[in-house]
Design a binder for this molecule. Structure first.
Ligand SMILES: C[S@@+](CC[C@H](N)C(=O)[O-])C[C@H]1O[C@@H](n2cnc3c(N)ncnc32)[C@H](O)[C@@H]1O
Length: 176
């Protein structure tokens, strides 16, 4: 699967938070590329524990946050906020608004948010839960005027069971 975060080189000017990172190997790949300021947040402590075990000693280089993204205090402002297949779970407008508040609190001015979500024409559920599908217009309208859409692309993801899932990837800049 394409990971826009991997296209971004590590820099001294701020880190990356992978929201709903769960057991994803994105963190492993970022560490291997020289990123040193990484946080992984997830609601599920067991998913974080899985990733920590996998990374073994390297896990000490990561800040692990067990929390609901709609209800946490970002410990700092990051240069990149990455979210693959989490925001689309928020079917309630109040939860989306709370998410956007956390997003704005957790990004440096001119920082970037990368969101991957199921696209129109793709699945309407994820892990048995209803989701909201996003195209460029809907993601821009939902995140609001503080965000400029800089890049978008679509990808057909093949699940281990061989099912096709249409994903949209969006890169937006936070203007503050
Ligand atoms: C479909 S998985 C995606 C995992 C990972 N981002 C990836 O692409 O492989 C969704 C993840 O989001 C987490 N999650 C769902 N709702 C959340 C919330 N409100 N706050 C934090 N994490 C959440 C789940 O526990 C799960 O690990």
């Amino acid at each position: 699967m394409i990971d826009l975060a991997l296209d971004s080189p590590p820099g001294p000017d701020g880190g990356l938070i992978d929201v709903g990172g769960g057991a994803s190997v994105l963190v492993d790949r970022l560490l291997a590329r020289g990123w040193s300021d990484i946080a992984v947040l997830d609601l599920a402590g067991n998913a974080l524990a899985h990733a920590k075990r996998r990374l073994d000693k390297q896990s000490a280089r990561v800040r692990w946050i067990e929390a609901d993204v709609t209800d946490f205090l970002p410990p700092k402002q990051y240069r990149i906020w990455h979210d693959r297949a989490v925001f689309h779970f928020l079917t309630d407008a109040a939860d989306r608004e709370a998410y956007v508040q956390r997003l704005m609190a957790g990004l440096v001015p001119d920082g970037h948010v990368i969101i991957a979500a199921f696209a129109p024409g793709g699945p309407t559920q994820c892990s048995g839960l209803d989701i909201v599908q996003y195209d460029a217009v809907r993601i821009k309208n939902t995140l609001g005027p503080a965000f400029d859409l800089e890049h978008e692309r679509q990808e057909v993801h093949l699940t281990p069971a061989g099912k096709e899932q249409l994903f949209g990837y969006f890169l937006l800049r936070y203007r503050e």
